[in-house]
Design a protein around this ligand. Structure first.
Ligand code: SF4
Ligand code: SF4
Length: 353
């Protein structure tokens, strides 16, 4: 059974790392990827640089050479190509001075720098992993655990799966998200038209018709769904989210494949927002700050995070807060598939500091 270490006290990250012996993942002279999300400008819930600093200092004491990394995103935004992405990281405080570690964007300047990793699973024979993540000798995934409109929640599995997939890989994972416009709800405000990264949405030609989506062009990024304030864009959610969750789990397996016991995970259960950190805003947290978890098992740490969020009293009710938020999404699919393909175990022992 996998051990998951837990502290309620955000000041005890240092002790949590010692107690969980996470630095056993680091060998002398290792190049160590600290996989983190730098946060879209306007978003405030991402894991802050001072915590990255604590992890980077620990890695250095273990004689490793840490760098912070993430890969470019698929949709329009400030992190969709490397130079802008680096500026976002810098502007959010992820400077060498603050963290003690440089930033390297995992999939290179044009997002074409990736490694094909063979996994031979249900959806993919091979996955495309950002090379800085793949070629690092060891990795610590530093994850902000929160809600997510497509996968229910986003945790460690999503951080290394979607997060280290190159843009081509992200496109593969999103391929089943096919939006459609509800003509009764649409007001022709054109917000979705302006925010579609691939111009797949055409404005209405007259007041009678509504905006239309060209599914041949659509890359399934789901941006239009979040941007529409009239709830007028829907997806065949159950099928799409089941598939995307399984695909993310397979990408996570690919990202961890050459690391064996050289990869470890830290989940922050803080500012648990309903949406991911890719949006330029945050809604109110769905639960109070819970603490920090650490483990060598990506599935166990996400299962424990999910369980802890569902146990506390928060703004959202129900035995599964993520299901209350997104009624058509079963967020446990990612856990089940990740366990089935051998990424880790849903059974865990929670060790509190
Ligand atoms: S954002 Fe929503 S309401 Fe506005 S045009 Fe698009 S689908 Fe219609
Ligand atoms: S139509 Fe929607 S889901 Fe498709 S690419 Fe455009 S914004 Fe993304």
């Amino acid at each position: 059974m996998a051990k998951v270490f837990f502290t309620k006290d955000l000041e005890k990250l240092d002790r949590l790392i010692d107690k969980s012996e996470l630095m056993k993942a680091i060998g002398k002279g290792d190049e160590v990827a600290l996989k983190i999300h730098f946060g879209e400008p306007g978003n405030k819930a991402f894991v802050k640089p001072q915590y990255a600093r604590i992890v980077a200092d620990k890695v250095k004491r273990a004689k490793g050479r840490p760098f912070l990394t993430d890969s470019n995103v698929l949709y329009h935004g400030q992190r969709d190509y490397t130079v802008k992405h680096l500026m976002v990281a810098h502007n959010h405080g992820f400077t060498v001075e603050a963290t003690g570690a440089p930033v390297i964007i995992a999939d290179g300047i044009h997002s074409r720098d990736y490694v094909k990793v063979e996994i031979d699973k249900k959806h993919f024979k091979e996955v495309y992993i950002g090379s800085a993540g793949y070629y690092a000798d060891s990795m610590i995934a530093i994850t902000h655990f929160k809600g997510h409109e497509v996968t229910g929640f986003g945790g460690a599995i999503k951080n290394i799966g979607m997060g280290l997939g190159s843009r081509a890989g992200k496109q593969q994972m999103h391929a089943d998200v096919k939006p459609e416009v509800n003509e009764k709800k649409c007001t022709n405000c054109n917000v979705c038209v302006d925010n579609c990264p691939v111009n797949a949405i055409s404005p209405s030609k007259d007041a009678i018709h509504r905006v239309s989506i060209n599914l041949d062009k659509c890359i399934g990024c789901a941006e239009c769904i979040v941007m529409c304030r009239f709830d007028a864009i829907a997806i065949q959610w159950s099928e799409a989210t089941d598939l995307i969750q399984e695909k993310i789990a397979e990408y996570a397996l690919g990202a961890a494949k050459n690391k064996a016991d050289k990869i470890a995970y830290i989940n922050f259960l803080t500012d648990i927002s309903p949406n991911c950190d890719c949006y330029p805003f945050n809604d109110k947290p769905i639960a109070p700050n819970i603490g920090i978890l650490a483990s060598f098992d990506a599935v166990a740490i996400d299962q424990a995070s999910y369980d802890l969020v569902n146990k506390v009293e928060g703004r959202i009710d129900g035995p599964d807060k993520f299901r209350t938020l997104y009624p058509t999404v079963d967020s446990t699919i990612q856990l089940k598939h990740a366990e089935e393909i051998g990424l880790g175990s849903r059974e865990y022992e929670l060790v509190s500091l």
